[in-house]
Design a protein around this ligand. Structure first.
Ligand SMILES: NC(=O)c1ccc[n+]([C@@H]2O[C@H](COP(=O)([O-])OP(=O)(O)OC[C@H]3O[C@@H](n4cnc5c(N)ncnc54)[C@H](OP(=O)(O)O)[C@@H]3O)[C@@H](O)[C@H]2O)c1
Length: 371
């Protein structure tokens, strides 16, 4: 199962909209009482074929041996773009299936396990469940709570300031590569309209070889007074861009941009909680929020940040800098947040702090107990 989970981790970031899964097939010799791994599989790019399909395809099943299938997630039992993993397993001599955690998707959720049992397969689950739930945390939040996992990344100076009204790097090139890894791993990246305007970012993943795996881009702007020539709208390869705005009129200016989808919300609907819920419609399980100050503050005030990453450059901005957050007072919800520092890394002179929200940890614990 360690190997199956490792295989799953290694394809994480490539498999959207499906979760990354690893599968290992073990051959069992009844006489020699000997187990050996004979094949393995991973979820492929864009989610198909599934890991079990790939592992089974590569196995040469011998008549005198028994076979066990180890999977990091419950095998699916619904026919989607191809035959379900359960049906494929049932066509092989596999006698036993061991998976780490139940698939929370309502089309599966224990049904895969039940069908396998009905057909006389011995099934066990729960092996290394905690590691699996950590790996699939965004997927679980999406399927159970109807919202993605939110990682907020703030790049600041030593004194916790950001540059105002100009786009300039605060951190070094190693830290920036780390941020591009986050972009690769997350299904989507989210910014506010002012950041799109002031920084004019591309928001893609520029790690060599991973350029084709950039996240979906999300822009939140009430007025949406943005030019269609901004880099975010014109950078290639074209990825899906989702815009949340209240400005219906502006949509027609972008009519030629087929990769942009507009959500025109009314004033009442225009809030972060509501916007985040809409993202699950796209199958988005993980979102990286890269600000700016107002957007970051909205997320924190609503206590919607699960992971907080602060990347600190090695200099002071003092009065030349802006606050990383706005309108956060003692009364704000943010003060009730309790972020626990989990890790600290140094990339040359930069410091990277990684925090978990206590509320998020509680949610994970609930999931550990329920699944
Ligand atoms: N160091 C970093 O990590 C970092 C990262 C990104 C950006 N930045 C900096 O941050 C600055 C921009 O930040 P900012 O605070 O000015 O703006 P911002 O956070 O980029 O954008 C705020 C957006 O929120 C929208 N909005 C208004 N009311 C809202 C509501 N109730 N719910 C949700 N959204 C709402 C606004 O719409 P309208 O368009 O209608 O106003 C606006 O587009 C720039 O200087 C940039 O360089 C720093």
């Amino acid at each position: 199962m360690e190997i199956a989970l490792d295989l799953a981790r290694k394809c994480s970031g490539f498999t959207f909209p499906n979760p990354p899964v690893g599968c290992v097939i073990v051959e069992y010799d009844k006489i020699k009482k000997d187990h050996k791994i004979v094949s393995y599989g991973q979820t492929q790019i864009s989610g198909r074929p599934h890991a079990e399909f790939n592992a089974i395809k590569q196995t040469f099943f011998k008549t005198k041996k028994d076979y066990i299938c180890y999977s990091s997630l419950e095998p699916c039992c619904h026919k989607g773009r191809s035959e379900s993993c359960v049906s494929q397993i049932l066509r092989t001599p596999i006698k036993k299936v061991v998976f780490s955690v139940i698939d929370p998707d309502k089309r599966v959720k224990g049904k895969g396990k039940e069908i396998l049992k009905e057909y006389g397969i011995s099934v066990s689950s729960g092996l290394l469940k905690k590691s699996a739930i950590d790996l699939y945390s965004g997927y679980f939040l999406n399927r159970i709570f109807g919202r993605p996992k939110i990682t907020l990344k703030i790049a600041s100076s030593l004194d916790g300031k950001i540059y105002g009204n100009k786009s300039k790097w605060i951190t070094n090139e190693i830290t920036r590569s780390f941020v591009h890894t986050l972009r690769f791993e997350n299904d989507a990246i989210l910014i506010g309209g002012n950041t799109a305007k002031v920084d004019n970012p591309r928001l893609d993943c520029r790690l060599k070889g991973l350029e084709g795996f950039s996240p979906i881009k999300i822009v939140i702007s009430k007025s949406f007074d943005l030019s269609k020539n901004l880099k975010i709208f014109s950078t290639k390869p074209k990825v899906k861009i989702i815009v949340f705005t209240t400005n219906l009129k502006k949509k027609k200016d972008f009519i030629s941009k087929k990769n942009i989808e507009f959500h025109i919300l009314d004033e009442k609907e225009f809030n972060i909680k509501n916007i985040i819920k809409k993202l699950t419609l796209y199958g988005i399980s993980n979102v990286l929020v890269e600000g700016g100050a107002k957007i970051n503050s909205f997320f924190l005030k609503e206590n919607l940040v699960d992971d907080l990453i602060i990347t600190r450059g090695n200099f002071f901005l003092g009065k030349d800098g802006l606050d990383t957050l706005v309108n956060i007072s003692k009364k704000s919800n943010i003060n009730k947040n309790n972020f626990i520092l989990k890790k600290v890394w140094n990339f040359k002179n930069d410091v990277i702090e990684y925090y978990n929200n206590v509320k998020y940890e509680k949610l994970l614990k609930e999931i550990y107990t329920e699944f």
